[in-house]
Write a protein that binds this ligand. Structure first.
Ligand code: URA
Ligand code: CA
Length: 441
C-alpha cells in the first residue's frame, strides 16, 4: 500500500478501505506521510466525499491515534454534551449542575481555546482559586462522589485530529461534512462518553450557516456515534443572534447563576432544558423528554442546580461566596450603555459582530498567548422582535479601556438592524436528529 495509490483512488471517486484509511491516519500522525500528500488526499475527499462507512473508519482511526480516557470506574451512563459553538454560549455552566443534580454523572474535560470569550475553564476561574488541576484518579473520584467534575484537557486525545485540523485550516478543506463530523466525534469518543448530546448551531453566528447543512452535519455525527455504539442525539438550534444576553466571562457566569435561580433569559433557559432533557433520557434518569423536563424544572425551582454549582466550585478550590453575592465578582472600570440611533423592531443582530466586540474588549483570545480579561464584555438588552426607541439602551459595554469601549460601541451599533413593522421572535429549537431519523419543528 502506498499513499500515492490511496490519493489516486480517492481522486478517481472510489471508496477507501478501512486499512487504507488507517494507513493514512497512522502515517500522518507519526510523520511518515508528509503534509503535501495528506493535503492532496484531503482535497480529494473534499471533492469526492466519503460515505458513512469511510467516515466512521476515519473517526475510529483518529480516536485510536492517542489516549482514550477510561471512565468505566464511574457508575452510571456518562453523557457528554458538545456544542458546535457560537456567541454567548454559557450552557455548560448551567447544564452540568442541573444534569448532575438529576443523577447523571458529568465528567467534563474542557478547554480554554480561542474565541470571542474564554472557554468553560476560563469562565470557572471567575471564582477565585478554582482549578482544574487534578489527577485522573481524583477526577474520577470527584465525579463518583458529586456527579460532577470539570477537568482540563491534559490527555493526548485524538492527536491525528489535531494535526489534520491544523492542515485543513490552511488548505481550504475544513468545510466538508464528513471531515467536520469525524473531527468532533473523535474527540468526544476519546474522552470516554457513553452517550453524546450534540448542540448543532445554525445561523450567522455559527459554523453551519444554513439549516440544511446543520441537519446534515448532525445526521453524520449521529451515524458515527451509532456506528461505534455510542447513543448520540443532535439538536439543531438557532445562532442567528447571541444566546442569552451576556457575552463575556464573568458576565456569562452571572447569567448562568441567574438561570440556575430560574431568573435567566428565556432562550438560554429553554436551550438548557431541551439539551438537559435529552441527557437525562440517554442517562436513563427519565423515561422520556417530557418527564425529564419536569425533573429539571424542579431542580431549578428548588435551588438544587445552584447548590450543585456551589458544590463543584468549592470541591475544585474556588471561592463560591459570589454565587450568593454576585457583587463580589470583579467589575471593570467602565460600564457604559450603547444608545440606539434608530427606532423600530429589532430585525437582526449579527452574532459574529457582538462576539467581535467582546473580543475587542479583551474577553477572548486572539492567539494562544493572549491574556483574558474576565471582567469585560457586552450585555445585550434587546433581542430580535423587541421594540427599541431612539436613544434607548440596546446594550451595556463592560470595559477597562476607553478606546476599546468606543470601538466596541461602533461594532455593536452596526450589528443591529431595525424594521418599522413588527418582527416575529425566532424559533430556537429547529429540530432533532436521532438514529431513527430527523424531526423538524
Ligand atoms: N470543530 C472541530 O473540532 N473540527 C472541525 O473540523 C470543525 C469544527
Ligand atoms: Ca449568554
Amino acid at each position: 500500500m502506498t499513499m500515492y495509490e490511496i490519493i489516486k483512488k480517492k481522486r478517481d471517486g472510489h471508496e477507501l478501505t478501512k486499512e487504507e484509511i488507517e494507513f493514512f491516519v497512522e502515517g500522518y500522525t507519526n510523520g511518515t506521510i508528509p503534509d503535501y500528500q495528506a493535503s492532496a488526499l484531503l482535497m480529494a475527499i473534499y471533492f469526492n466525499k466519503m460515505n458513512k462507512r469511510e467516515t466512521a473508519d476515519l473517526t475510529t482511526a483518529m480516536v485510536n491515534s492517542g489516549e482514550i480516557i477510561d471512565l468505566s470506574a464511574i457508575e452510571g451512563i456518562k453523557v457528554d454534551k458538545h456544542s458546535t459553538g457560537g456567541v454567548g454560549d454559557t450552557t455548560t455552566l448551567i447544564l452540568g449542575p442541573i444534569v448532575a443534580a438529576a443523577g447523571v454523572p458529568v465528567a467534563k474535560m474542557s478547554g480554554r481555546g480561542l474565541g470571542h470569550t474564554g472557554g468553560t475553564i476560563d469562565k470557572l476561574e471567575s471564582f477565585k482559586g478554582f482549578s482544574v488541576d487534578m489527577s485522573i484518579e481524583d477526577f474520577i473520584k470527584n465525579v463518583s462522589e458529586r456527579k460532577i467534575a470539570i477537568g482540563g484537557q491534559t490527555a493526548d486525545l485524538a492527536p491525528a485530529d489535531k494535526k489534520l485540523y491544523a492542515l485543513r485550516d490552511v488548505t481550504a478543506t475544513v468545510d466538508n461534512i464528513s471531515l467536520i463530523a469525524g473531527s468532533i466525534m473523535s474527540k468526544k469518543i476519546a474522552s470516554g462518553a457513553d452517550a453524546i448530546v450534540l448542540d448543532v448551531k445554525t445561523g450567522s453566528g455559527a459554523f453551519m450557516k444554513t439549516e440544511d447543512d446543520a441537519f446534515e452535519l448532525a445526521k453524520e455525527m449521529v451515524d458515527i456515534g451509532t456506528h461505534v455504539g455510542r447513543n448520540t442525539i443532535g439538536v439543531i438550534t438557532d445562532m442567528d443572534q447571541p444566546l442569552g444576553f451576556a457575552v463575556g466571562n464573568i458576565l456569562e457566569v452571572k447569567e448562568a447563576i441567574d438561570t440556575l435561580r430560574g431568573e435567566g433569559p428565556e432562550d438560554l433557559t429553554e436551550l438548557c432544558l431541551t439539551l438537559g432533557s435529552h441527557m437525562l433520557v440517554l442517562g436513563k434518569k427519565a423515561e422520556n423528554v417530557e418527564e425529564a423536563r419536569k425533573i429539571l424544572e424542579d431542580i431549578i425551582k428548588t435551588g438544587k442546580g445552584l447548590e450543585k454549582l456551589k458544590e463543584l466550585v468549592i470541591a475544585q478550590g474556588g471561592d463560591a461566596s459570589c454565587i450568593d453575592n454576585p457583587e463580589l465578582f470583579e467589575t471593570p472600570a467602565i460600564i457604559e450603555p450603547v444608545l440606539s440611533e434608530a427606532e423600530g423592531y429589532v430585525e437582526g443582530i449579527e452574532a459574529e459582530s457582538i462576539g467581535r466586540a467582546a473580543l475587542l474588549l479583551g474577553a477572548g483570545r486572539e492567539t494562544k498567548e493572549s491574556k483574558i480579561d474576565l471582567s469585560v464584555g457586552v450585555v445585550l438588552h434587546k433581542k430580535i422582535g423587541d421594540f427599541v426607541k431612539k436613544g434607548e439602551a440596546i446594550a451595556t459595554i463592560y470595559a477597562n479601556n476607553p478606546d476599546k469601549q468606543k470601538q466596541a460601541e461602533e461594532v455593536i451599533l452596526k450589528a443591529y438592524t431595525f424594521k418599522a413593522e413588527k418582527v416575529e421572535k425566532r424559533k430556537l429549537i429547529k429540530g432533532i436528529v436521532t438514529k431513527d431519523g430527523i424531526t423538524k419543528f
